[in-house]
Design a protein around this ligand. Structure first.
Ligand code: 5AD
Ligand code: SF4
Length: 437
């Protein structure tokens, strides 16, 4: 039996794509192995969102070139789509280069290699449908991912995703709801709906669901206890989504709404198609909906032309929103993107300076915000046990980590829901004790 080893870089979309690729390969008679050494086929599922992420796969290919003699190397995912056949020049020991839109024909591509083809590619976007497999090997024991939409039509000035993942393609509501039922039947109680921009979901079938409707439908599947979704784009984030979250306790009180910058001028340069005020209107809907919705975001510092005053507006936005957590990045030049041709690219030192100021600023906000949880009782889904501290690791509906002590019994709590009272807080997590409800 042929054995494969897969390593995944990047976002949850990639993590889930790998689960589907594994399902496809296992259906084809391959066996997954845990180490590179044991494998005949080595797959790297790659990310190209920033230059640093992209370099990782080339480092891997270089480092494992010698040890990989006789093995078949495949580069799949975003770097594959972006670099295409250039990968064969940079790393001649690679035999297969395929982007995510070609995973549906992965089996055929592998057969071509077995027949003796030295260089095989799958780089077209002709696949109109989202990638569905008869079997998905789900790796995360607690949270099942469901893709609802692939690709992105937004064309933000800095972003490579429209080139690596192609145009938006939504799955039918029937197929999404069917998968949600299957997931519950497998024993999962938590799902995360995935897409580069879930809010622009448009059901291609006659039912014609929009995002708020598919969110509600998945939450209503019997046995489902937690539904999450990512990622949202502020432009398509309508009030109907907030209403569905507020009405339905199964939908977690957490929204990740990437803002990128607090300056309307920079947002315009980024082609984000909203202003700071328009973004804040969406935040206000959530703050006034009667639920305590945790808010998280993505920020890019050092976009070309970002002045000190623009940067300060980003800091003031952090104060105004009081996010529960922020993913922040230095602007990174990406091939083919409109921002490449802008003037005023900033030097790395200045970007680093802004990034560390922003991160320290946000750390203080998180310390303050999390302190507000002390004394509260939260429901957690238990994800594991930390031997070193003797604490169980739980996750709240708001996606916060709550490490807690549980005094009675030796039973394994992993995968169960229970309540814990928060006794201490830090910038990134909460600590507490279980309570009987
Ligand atoms: N440089 C830096 N950060 C980027 N992101 C996307 N493209 C770039 C880039 N060229 C960030 C955005 C996005 C997140 C997934 O990655 O903040 O929301
Ligand atoms: Fe995910 Fe974007 Fe990275 Fe591709 S480039 S793996 S879509 S974050």
């Amino acid at each position: 039996m042929k054995k494969f080893y897969i390593e995944t870089f990047g976002c949850q979309m990639n993590v889930h794509d790998s689960e589907k690729v594994i399902g496809t390969l296992v259906t084809d008679g391959y066996k997954q192995v845990e180490t590179f050494e044991e494998a005949d086929l080595v797959l790297y599922n790659t990310c190209s969102i920033r230059d640093k992420a992209e370099q990782k796969v080339f480092n891997r290919l270089q480092n494992f070139k010698k040890a990989g003699k006789g093995k078949t190397f495949a580069v799949i995912g975003c770097v594959a789509q972006q670099e295409g056949e250039k990968i064969f020049e940079k790393a001649p020991h690679v035999s297969l280069v395929a982007g995510s839109a070609s995973y549906g024909k992965l089996s055929q591509l592998l057969v071509q290699i077995e027949k003796g083809d030295k260089r095989v590619t799958g780089l077209t976007f002709d696949a109109n449908e989202a990638f569905e497999t008869p079997m998905t090997r789900r790796d995360n024991p607690h949270r099942a991912y469901i893709t609802i939409i692939e690709g992105c039509d937004k064309n933000c000035a800095y972003c490579v995703v429209p080139f690596t993942r192609g145009p938006e393609r939504s799955r039918t509501s029937e197929s999404i709801i069917r998968e949600a039922h299957e997931i519950v039947a497998m024993g999962y109680t938590e799902v995360q709906l995935l897409g580069q921009n879930v809010n622009s979901y448009r059901d291609p079938s006659p039912a014609g669901y929009n995002f708020a409707q598919i969110l509600r439908a998945v939450a209503e599947v019997p046995g489902m206890r937690r539904v999450r979704f990512t990622t949202s784009h502020p432009r398509d984030f309508g009030k109907d989504i907030v209403d569905v979250i507020a009405d339905n306790p199964v939908i977690c009180n957490h929204v990740h709404l990437p803002v990128q910058s607090g300056s309307s001028r920079v947002l315009e340069g980024m082609l984000r198609s909203y202003t700071r005020d328009e973004y804040m209107r969406r935040i206000d809907w959530m703050k006034n909906c009667g639920q305590d919705i945790a808010l998280t975001t993505d920020i890019i510092v050092g976009f070309p032309g970002e002045t000190e005053a623009d940067f300060e507006q980003t800091l003031s936005l952090l104060d105004e929103v009081e996010y529960d957590s922020v993913f922040s990045f230095k602007y990174s030049k990406r091939p083919n993107t409109p921002a490449l041709s802008l003037d005023d690219h900033m030097d790395e030192d200045e970007k680093s300076r802004r990034l560390s100021i922003l991160q320290e600023h946000q750390r203080q906000i998180q310390i303050r915000r999390n302190a507000g949880y002390v004394g509260r009782v939260e429901e957690v889904l238990v994800e594991g046990f930390n031997k070193a501290t003797g604490q169980w690791i739980g996750r709240t509906g708001q996606n916060k980590t709550l490490n807690f002590l549980h005094h009675s019994g030796d039973e394994n709590l992993t995968g169960t829901y229970l309540h814990a009272r928060v006794t201490r807080s830090g910038p990134n997590s909460l600590t507490g004790e279980s309570v009987v409800q």
